[in-house]
Each structure stands twice: as C-alpha cells, then as structure tokens.
Design a protein around this ligand. Structure first.
Ligand SMILES: O=P(O)(O)OC[C@H]1O[C@](O)(CO)[C@@H](O)[C@@H]1O
Length: 557
C-alpha cells in the first residue's frame, strides 16, 4: 500500500506527504483557531464560492501551508485523473465491477451522448416516461377508478431509495406545485405503515415502489401490505395495474408483483442507490415539484459537477471540504462530524448525509483488499438548528471531545417571518463563533465577578462555566433554498465523499457491511417460527424466547 507500509512489527511507516502532514498536525494541535485570525484577511482567503454556494472554512484549525500540503498530497494520489475516471464511466466500483455515473444523469444531452454513446437514448427515454407520468397524474389524464383525480402519492423505498427523495421533498416544500400530496414510507414498522395509510384515500392514491433490486425486505413487505390494503379499501381489482408504478432494475420481479411494464421505470447498475435521486428514483419528487423544478435541481447539481471537474484542486469546493475532513479525522484525530442545517426545510439532510457518507466510506479495507492502517468516515450526525443547541451542542461546548461541524444556512429565508429568520441566522453564526472561542477560566471568573458574585461563588461556579472552544467548523451559505442550490449542495457532499474515498483508498460505492444483518434477520425470523438455530448466541435466543412468550400471551389474552 502506498501510504503506510506495514513493517513486520505492525508499525506504520509513513510516506513523505503523511510524515510532513503529521508533523504539521502536531503543531496545529497546540494552537488556538481564533489566534489564526491575527493574520489579516484570513476570512477572505479561507473562503470561496462555487455553484451558487459560499464556503467559509476560515474557522478550521488550518493554515495555508497545511492546506497546500493536503492539496499536494491529493494531487500526488492522481485525484484529478480519478475524478475524470468517474465522470467518463471507468469501472471505479471495483468490487462490483461497475462504473459510477450518477453525474451523467444530470448532465446535458450532449455530455450524456459523449459518455454513454447509444445508451444515452435510455436516459432520454426514461426522462420522457417520467415526464409523461408526471403529466398524466397532474393533469388528471390518469385518473382513479370512476374518473376521479389522483390526489395522493405514496413512495415506498428504503436507504438510497428513500433518503434523497425525503430530503428533497422536505427541502423544496415551497416548490410543491402539482397539487399532489406525496408521502414516503421506508421503515418496516407497522406503526409507520399505519401512520401513512391513515393519511391516504385508497382510491385516489398512486403508489411508486422504488427498489433497485426489488428484493429489499422492508420495501417488499410494505408494498405487499399497501397492495392488500388498497385492494380491500377500493374493491377495485384493476387498481394496481392502473395506479402503481415501479423504479427498478429487476423487471421480472416488478411484473410478478403486478405492476405493468409501461409503469416501470429503469435504474442502471452504474447508479448507486444513495446517489440515485437524479434518476427515475426522483419520480415521487417530480410528482410534487413538477418536471421543471426537478430539472432545476439537476441543473444545480451539474453546476457543482462542472466546478468539481474544472476548478484547480486548491480552489475546488468539494476537494477542500474533503481534505479539511481528512485533516480533522486523520491528523487532528476528531472522530465525528456534526451536520447543522439552520433551516427547518433541511431537517432531513443530516439523515441523508449519514447514509451517503457512512454507507460509502465506513470501511476498513482498501480497494486492493488490504486492511487499512488509518481511520475512514467520521461518525456523522446532526439536527436542524436551533433545536440542536438545546440538545447535543452542550456536549460540543463542554465535553473533552472536539466535534467538527458543518453549519448550513440560507441567507434568504422561505417564510414571511423575517425577524425569525434573522434570529435563526444570528444563532448559526453565533454558534460557530462560540465553538471556536470558548470561554477560559479567567473569563468565566471575570464574568461572575462582573455579575456581582462573591469570591466563594466565583470559585465554586467558574470551572462549570468554562467552554473548551477551538472547535473547527465550516459555514456553507446558500443565497436561498431553491432547487438549484439544493442540487449543488447535494452534489457538493457527493463529491466530497468520493474524494475522501480516493484518499483513503477505499471503494465508496459498495456496501457489503449491511449484508450480514440481513442474513441474520432471516435466521432470527426462522428461530421465532420455532426452528432450531445454531447460529444465534444465547443472548439472541433469550430475547427471541421473551418475544415469543409475550406474543403468545398477547394472542391468548
Ligand atoms: O433499492 P433497494 O435495492 O431496495 O435497496 C435499498 C437500499 O439498501 C441498501 O443496499 C443497503 O442499505 C442501500 O444501499 C440501498 O439504497
């Protein structure tokens, strides 16, 4: 392996870039971020615009020399070539022998033609099919039984077949213009199912089942339950063929389920689930915001794609975001990343990024199958601000762990409550400041003294009022939350994750880690049905027994 050659003592021997960065990091660990602002012009020098977004990374614990070293290292890893390999369709998903081409879905027809050749027509056909479905449902051409208009849509899918849709539906609520009410169902929890069904008029609901494989347990069980419910509620045996749609690569399974070929939209194996919003997977979103807004979303993402491909690495927003993340993770040893959108409309974004980041880069084996000697994806978590301030941000201010964060905020709010928006933005800017500055013991003492506290009181309380500060953060500004800015934002994070995968030498595009749980889920179900299981531990067998006993009791009671 290139970075660390494991000697027979198992000790990592670093290459010269790593060696240099490691010694720079030792120095960085000793300093205060706020002291870096003594350098005039830091804010302007450590910020940039791209794709309609503005990134301020001046509150990171980093100097220009350190940024340059990180960029130099990325260059030495042939990052530019690897970016080109992805965009031109090389098989970079080596374990599954697939290209990774979600970017082509949002590119203009000319680029699609260049990358896919004749197969570009499949994309155009899918887009036409999608537009026709949106048009039919919105115009009432495709009506429910008895000629009534379809009023609701239920999208059923999970993981990558859910998070992007959910995030964009929530973020773009002001752009919902078709009159259709779109709901999404992911979890295999009867409670989630009942909650959705209670909102839906069976006869007037269209259903879109989204599953690349069309075998995912949660999606298939939910789809079957909704089918049964809809047939019973409507008493209309043709309702599935008329009002159900599917997005999948598994055409046989879709047709066996009862969804007709004209209602089945394609997916391609070169589009990973968590990067698939731009494909027909976006149908439920398009049914809410219309095809024009869906195209605007893709156009925003394409702007970021162009920037990512063309900007020099040291002025490249996804590359900088990625390398700052690596600096924090691998050199300053910060194990987490908080995503803090100060925007109620972006409340689903932390969940979306948890999946895209951790399912992509939560790995410990290199492309070549060797065990890595370094950490990969941080633990990503987050919540909308200001709610986060009244929850886990206490820990970010006062625990010993430093948790880097990304603040995301739109300068222009979507509501009519302009003062609310000003207060929201003020809180966002104040938190990054507070996390960076902290409060020393001397400051806490002076503050208490100023408030008239006696000496005993000052001694007693001051230590509790200190805050460690020195927490690095990025602030991402959007002018306003629009389809274009959302597209650019999602593409920015997609590319950040890709760049980190390249540097960490992992395949960001498979997810074998989720498989064992699926297999054992089958074993547990089998044991619950009374079959012997040698696989399961005493703990799991005990839990199963308690479940069976309780269920039997409830049933007999
Ligand atoms: O679209 P499918 O095949 O139902 O898969 C759903 C999701 O399950 C996963 O394989 C694992 O969680 C995701 O990568 C994928 O997006």
């Amino acid at each position: 392996m290139e970075y660390f050659l494991l000697s027979n003592k198992g000790l990592p021997i670093v290459n010269k870039d790593i060696k240099n960065l490691s010694s720079l990091a030792e120095n960085a660990k000793q300093r205060q971020i706020h002291a870096l602002f003594e350098q005039p012009g830091r804010a302007g020098q450590f910020s940039l615009s791209a794709g309609g977004l503005f990134l301020d990374y001046s509150k990171q614990n980093i100097t220009r020399d350190e940024v340059n070293s990180l960029i130099g290292w990325a260059k030495s890893q042939s990052l530019e070539k690897k970016v080109a390999d992805m965009f031109t369709g090389k098989q970079i998903n080596v374990t599954e022998k697939r290209a990774v081409l979600h970017t082509v879905l949002r590119a203009p027809a000319k680029v699609q033609q260049e990358v896919l050749g004749e197969r570009a027509e499949e994309l155009a056909a899918a887009e036409r099919q999608m537009a026709a479905i949106v048009n039919k449902l919105c115009s009432g051409t495709l009506s429910a039984g008895g000629g009534e208009k379809i009023s609701h849509v239920l999208a059923i899918g999970i993981g990558g077949s859910y998070y992007g849709i959910k995030t964009a539906l929530t973020a773009l609520e002001p752009f919902h213009n078709t009159g259709l009410k779109v709901e999404v169902l992911a979890n295999i929890d009867g409670g989630a199912l009942m909650e959705k069904l209670a909102k839906l008029p069976a006869k007037n609901t269209a259903v879109v089942v989204i599953s690349k494989t069309f075998t995912t347990q949660e999606t298939m069980l939910n789809a079957a339950a909704v089918k049964t419910w809809m047939l019973a509620q409507s008493g209309d045996k043709d309702i599935i063929a008329r009002q159900w749609f599917a997005v999948s690569t598994n055409l046989d399974k879709v047709s066996a389920f009862g969804i007709c070929p004209e209602h089945t939209l394609p997916m391609w194996d070169w589009v990973g689930g968590r990067f698939s919003l731009w494909s027909a997977v976006g149908l439920p979103l398009a049914l809410a915001i219309g095809m024009e807004n869906f195209s605007r979303l893709k156009a925003g993402a394409f702007t970021m794609d162009e920037h990512f491909q063309q900007a020099p690495l040291n002025e490249n927003m996804p590359v900088l975001l990625a390398m700052l993340g690596i600096w924090n993770r691998n050199f300053l040893d910060h194990a987490s990343l908080a995503i803090l959108p100060y925007d109620h409309a972006l409340r689903a974004l932390p969940g979306y990024l948890q999946q895209t980041d951790m399912e992509s880069n939560g790995k410990s084996v290199s492309m070549a199958g060797e065990e890595l000697a370094w950490q990969t994806a941080p633990v990503v978590f987050g919540q909308e601000g200001t709610n986060s301030q009244h929850a886990f941000m206490q820990l970010m201010h006062q625990s010993q762990d430093i948790i880097p964060c990304d603040f995301i905020v739109a300068l222009q709010g979507a509501s009519d409550y302009h003062h609310h928006h000003q207060v929201l933005v003020a809180n966002c800017f104040a938190q990054s400041e507070a996390l960076m500055l902290g409060k020393s013991l001397a400051q806490a003492r002076a503050e208490l003294k100023g408030a008239g506290a006696c000496d005993d009181e000052i001694d007693r309380l001051a230590p509790h009022k200190t805050m460690k500060g020195n927490t690095p953060s990025n602030t991402l500004l959007l002018d306003a939350l629009t389809p274009e800015s959302l597209g650019a934002l999602l593409a920015l994070y997609e590319h950040k994750i890709f760049v980190q995968g390249v540097i960490w030498q992992i395949n960001s595009f498979d997810q074998w880690g989720v498989e064992l749980g699926k297999v054992l889920g089958g074993d547990v179900l089998s044991a619950m049905a009374g079959n012997d299981s040698e696989q399961l531990s005493g703990s799991s067998l005990m839990l199963i027994k308690r479940f069976i006993n309780k269920t039997q009791l409830t049933q007999s009671g």
